[in-house]
Write a protein that binds this ligand. Sequence first.
Ligand code: NAD
Length: 231
Amino acid sequence: MKKIVVLSGAGVSAESGLKTFRDNDGLWNNYRIEEVATPEAWEDDMELVLDFYNQRRKQLYEVEPNPAHFALARLEEKFDVDVITQNVDDLHERAGSKKVLHLHGELKKVRSTRDPKLVYVLDGWELKNGDTCELGSQLRPHIVWFGEMVPNMLPASEIASLAEIFIVVGTSLQVYPAAGLLRYVRPEAEKYLIDPNAHDFSYIPNLKFIRDKAGVAVPILVDNLMKTLDK
Ligand code: NAD
């Protein structure tokens, strides 16, 4: 089976009702990164950080995957598909994608502040001050904050290097190291970038721009890729 690797960002979930980070009405217009998404923020004001992620988690229970998530899952009928996502939501999984690698963590999971290997699925949406791991230490969101290592970058770069088709959808490609994943993709691989506001990455070989919303453009691209196998 031909190998397709998808790199997704906040834009793929925008039509499900989850805000992106950098668009005009994005999340960062209401919060400052330093206040809610850094290790220093956690030290300074744990309650604010907990509240920020509790609100995100609560909202995640109220939204559904959109046609872009479902179309990407459908690709698995005919291709070997890996999804690498910068998103912390679980909409790819809920749409049916089997192999999803989260670069920046997962909202529905929490982990020990003493032993990062102790990761749990949170029961419900609210993580509270005083909720502890089995060692008795405070639990924190299972999120990669700005300034922290991205442990899944190594497997992600290995997966990207195997792609025969690489689809980038809904990411401004402004956040490193995730944005650098394109460099691991072989020059001869077919590449697609789906984003209504795609920046100019024309120096990347074999890259086709699709400047449209994910919910419209991804199902069309998926149909076309499936048809190429019928010929
Ligand atoms: P970003 O906000 O930097 O970029 C989003 C991109 O999506 C923009 O280029 C925008 O033009 C595009 N976009 C907006 N609506 C779209 C649509 N309907 N279809 C296709 N594209 C659309 O987001 P990013 O590049 O993912 O930034 C990375 C950071 O944002 C990550 O750390 C990620 O964890 C975090 N984030 C995640 C979520 C989520 O899990 N749903 C939501 C917001 C932010």
